[in-house]
Ligand binder design. Structure first.
Ligand code: E4P
Length: 221
């Protein structure tokens, strides 16, 4: 499973990229607005850090404007994937952009039928917001499971992105289901590294090594 980082924060992107496990970035207007920087400059900097798909969302709401705005954003860097909101206008824009060879990520997907429509339109990715579904008492990962099955049934090439990830269990369930991508916030990525037994085990190994060094028979470093 590919892991993307779900942030527009340069420090988080740099840090997570240095760990060697991040293959792409997803942003949205909310994440971008937190950075208080010119949009294009921010996107170009993200593209200079991560050599992989960088999802950037259009804010127009009608097809012609979405396509125009999308083409402009896509011209900033070859790795840009246009994030287009689910809906009739969005799906029309995805159809047009994908026919031009522009990569797209249909965002705000909350049902298997919406995932099906994104694939029918030729989207590169469909982002299923599992956390927001859980928030209203629906099982977000069940939507991922059903959508993955639909894509397998018809060999769609659209990749599901498990998005709106809130905790490491979302990532685990995504990987168990065979989701192609999970986009993960920085704090959740950090949490995935941790286990109390790892800390206890390392502490014990190092203290035992110190005891051996005290006996002056351990190899010199
Ligand atoms: C990713 O593509 C989405 O923009 C993001 O995961 C939304 O997450 P949120 O529900 O935590 O805002």
């Amino acid at each position: 499973m590919k892991i993307f980082i779900d942030t527009a924060n340069i420090e988080e992107i740099k840090e997570a990229t240095s760990w060697g496990i991040v293959q792409g970035v997803t942003t949205n207007p909310t994440l971008v607005s937190r950075e208080r920087r010119p949009f294009k400059e921010l996107v170009e900097e993200i593209c200079s850090i991560v050599d992989g798909p960088i999802s950037v969302e259009v804010t127009a709401t009608e097809v012609e404007e979405m396509v125009k705005e999308g083409e402009e954003i896509a011209s900033w860097h070859p790795n840009i994937v246009l994030k287009i909101p689910m809906g009739v206008e969005g799906i029309k824009a995805v159809k047009k952009l994908s026919s031009e060879g522009v990569k797209t990520n249909v965002t705000l997907v909350f049902s298997p039928n919406q995932a099906l429509l994104a694939a029918e339109a030729g989207a590169t990715y469909a982002s299923i917001f599992v956390g927001r579904l859980d928030d209203i008492g629906q099982d977000g990962m069940e939507v991922v499971e059903k959508s993955l099955q639909i894509y397998r049934n018809y060999s769609f090439t659209t990749d599901i992105i498990v998005a709106s990830v809130r905790h490491p269990l979302h990532v685990l369930r995504a990987a168990e289901m065979g989701a192609p991508v999970a986009t993960v916030p920085f704090k959740v990525l950090e949490a995935m590294f941790k286990h109390p037994l790892t800390d206890i085990g390392l502490e014990r190994f190092l203290s035992d090594w110190e005891k051996l060094k005290a006996l002056k028979i351990a190899p010199e470093k």
